[in-house]
Unconditional design. Structure first.
Length: 187
């Protein structure tokens, strides 16, 4: 049920529908245990340890000197929830864990499913290889991740939510892609 999550929206920019940072709906997708909650927690400003179970969080961030408002949608791991969010997002962070090959395969499946919901060519998607701090447990190489992103026509980044490494870069990257799309529409 999504109505229950309305109460946890922490909005400091509600009503601002006209600015450059019209809320962008960014969806976290990925197998269970890849770090979606950890990403949402960092986004929400919580610490990694005190993970908040907020499903929706809205925040204004500055990217390249320009404010952008992101509404972050974390998904339950349930198939129905992922599909629900696939229909509503403006952009997607598709997570897997570099220590978990099945989660990498799951990311490919999700990408294919996403294509059915979002046939538009320029839907911004970033393939995110999380847990890159766990070097000894790595099962998916950087080049495999990069190659997969190339096949699926999306950007690629490796992150560590535990080390807070590259997490904001991923969010900023999504905003940049959304702006590119917006600018090319206006042109
Ligand atoms: P979710 O099921 O996708 O929401 O995954 P969680 O965010 O709940 O993370 C699953 C587990 O992986 C938790 O124990 C997290 O603490 C841990 N975790 C998440 N991200 C990282 C990371 O970047 N590095 C390490 N070492 N652990 C992580």
């Amino acid at each position: 049920s999504w109505s229950s999550s309305d109460s946890v929206i922490s909005s400091d920019s509600a009503g601002d529908q006209t600015g450059p940072g019209n809320p962008y709906r960014v969806v976290l997708l990925g197998a269970s245990g890849v770090g979606k909650t950890a990403f949402a927690s960092i986004f929400a400003g919580g610490t990694f340890e005190h993970e908040q179970k907020n499903e929706v969080c809205e925040k204004t961030v500055e990217v390249d000197g320009e404010p952008a408002t992101i509404t972050l949608l974390d998904t339950w791991d349930a198939e129905s929830s992922q599909q629900c969010n696939m229909q509503t997002g403006d952009a997607y962070l598709l997570l897997y864990s570099i220590t978990d090959r099945p989660s990498f395969l799951r990311a490919s499946e999700l990408r294919i499913t996403l294509r059915q919901f979002r046939p538009v060519h320029h839907t911004p998607i970033i393939l995110v290889g999380n847990k890159c701090d766990l070097v000894r447990r790595r099962e998916v190489s950087v080049s495999e991740g990069r190659a997969c992103a190339a096949v699926f026509d999306c950007k690629f980044i490796e992150t560590s939510a535990a080390m807070q490494h590259n997490v904001w870069e991923a969010f900023h990257g999504i905003v940049r892609q959304l702006r590119l799309r917006r600018d090319s529409k206006e042109a």
